[in-house]
Design a protein around this ligand. Structure first.
Ligand code: HEM
Length: 299
């Protein structure tokens, strides 16, 4: 057994470790991993540690602990670990997600936030695009009549189209094979990025997304009119590169877009999926939501 057992030397508790192998636990991948995470939190509490391939990883679960880490002591935890996935696909730690806490990260992050907002992110002006996706989602749901249905892919697809409208200025139909690949990559990236010990799946997914984002960047660079209103996020970023080439580059843009897709689709669609689950358990809330949707004329 290793000398540094979880629960000692300042580490939160967790499964036992053995030399060379790390923690005696099979974390699995994807959904298995999420279930294992829940199991471990039931056994060791909301904060626990696991040694994966020589690295200590501290897991934080539950509202209170997550709030303490992300909000109350946000600055203490602002930096990021060097994930194996990042080392493989982003060795210079470009973009937002992998970038260490510092000026480069701040520049990319604040530009992305401001620009997404200027295109309506979190504002009423994005309502048109969201309403369009919601109507399409209703039609998809209605076409299943009252048969049981796993909404996960549908929610991801419609969320992706809102994000793609802002970033790339386009939307896809569900049967488009490029769209389906992008959705698959974004899911793998979200689930395997920080969990996988090898980072192989995440690297492949990130490469797939980057191949696509590079093509979109090129298309935009070829078709944009310098000095004109930007059509979407890519145009705005290209204008920023002209203005400040020292801090913004094509390469950064490619990583930022990969981050937005990787972080923006599954997070929103899973939040919606949880809302559906809760509404199926709390019928009074479901009823209120239903009334509100009717009131605004969507039903
Ligand atoms: C309900 C929806 C969402 C939830 C619950 C959520 C949650 C989170 C959390 C917990 C983090 C911190 C992760 C970490 O540091 O390991 C994060 C980071 C991030 N999220 Fe989201 N997110 C959501 C929506 C979005 C959307 C729509 C986008 C993009 C348009 C996005 C882009 C990002 C990016 C780029 C980061 C990295 C930020 C940084 O490292 O500075 N997220 N998100």
């Amino acid at each position: 057994m290793g000398n540094h057992q979880p629960g000692k030397n300042g580490f939160p508790p967790g499964p036992m470790t053995v030399p060379f192998l790390g923690s005696v636990v099979d974390l699995g991948t994807g959904d298995e991993f999420l279930n294992k995470w829940v199991e471990l939190s039931e056994e060791y509490g909301s904060v626990f540690s696991v040694k994966i391939e020589g690295r200590w990883v501290v897991f934080v679960t539950g509202w209170e602990a997550a709030r303490e880490v992300l909000v109350k002591k946000g600055l203490d935890f602002a930096d990021k670990p060097r994930y194996p996935s990042a080392e493989k696909h982003n060795p210079e730690y470009k973009g937002i997600f992998d970038a260490p806490c510092g000026d480069r990260w701040k520049n990319q992050r604040s530009f992305a936030l401001t620009t997404l907002r200027s295109f309506g992110f979190g504002k009423v002006s994005i309502e048109g695009s969201i309403t369009h996706e919601v109507e399409d989602l209703f039609n998809d749901l209605m076409s299943h009549q009252s048969k049981a249905l796993d909404c996960r892919d549908l929610l991801a697809a419609h969320t992706a189209n809102v994000l793609f409208a802002l970033t790339f200025g386009l939307r896809y139909t569900d049967d488009d094979h490029v769209f389906q690949s992008l959705l698959k990559y974004s899911r793998v990236l979200m689930l395997d990025y920080s969990c996988s010990s090898t980072g192989t799946g995440a690297k492949k997914a990130a490469k797939g997304l980057q191949y696509y984002t590079n093509k979109q960047i090129q298309k935009h660079a070829d078709s944009r009119s310098v000095g004109e209103e930007p059509r979407d996020f890519i145009d705005a970023y290209l204008a920023k590169i002209d203005e400040d080439p020292e801090n913004f580059s094509y390469d950064d843009l490619s990583y930022v877009l990969t981050d937005l897709i990787g972080a923006g689709i599954e997070s929103v669609s899973f939040t919606l999926l949880w809302s559906l689950l809760y509404m199926s358990l709390h019928l009074d809330v479901q009823d209120r939501v239903h009334q509100e949707i009717k009131q605004v004329g969507l039903l």
